[in-house]
Design a protein around this ligand. Sequence first.
Ligand code: HEC
Length: 113
Amino acid sequence: MKKALPALAIAMASLLGSAAYAADAPAAADAPPHQSVDAGGDAIARTCFGCHGVDGVSRGAAPPLKGLPASYLEQAMTNFKSGARPATIMDRIAKGYSEGEIKAMADYFASLK
Ligand code: HEC
């Protein structure tokens, strides 16, 4: 009879374990769904700094963005996105942004003094 105890303990532990897992599952299902929200121009611009330099002041990896008019930036991004303007990388980057985000980013870079 003594030999059966460890087996019983293991069976109980795995039962408890699966009960705990089951209790966790609904919590994960309650997580809010991902929502797509247009990011602000400053937040988007920060993702561009790695190549275009902080505040668009280029150190040579990519052309400078600081000092360009908003209308130029918006048109360039729209053309990259549609494929009208050929690019090595900007076509793929531009596809990731909505019209609203492109406008916000263009206004942000154009506002930098
Ligand atoms: C991985 C590096 C990289 C990142 C990140 C990047 N760019 Fe670029 N960008 C380039 C390169 C390289 C070019 C030159 C065109 C090409 O070859 O794609 C360019 C060109 C541009 C141009 C055209 C400039 C001109 O003088 O006509 C604009 C506008 C631009 N990028 C905006 C952005 C914005 C806005 C972001 C952030 C959302 C961004 N880029 C992120 C590398 C990058």
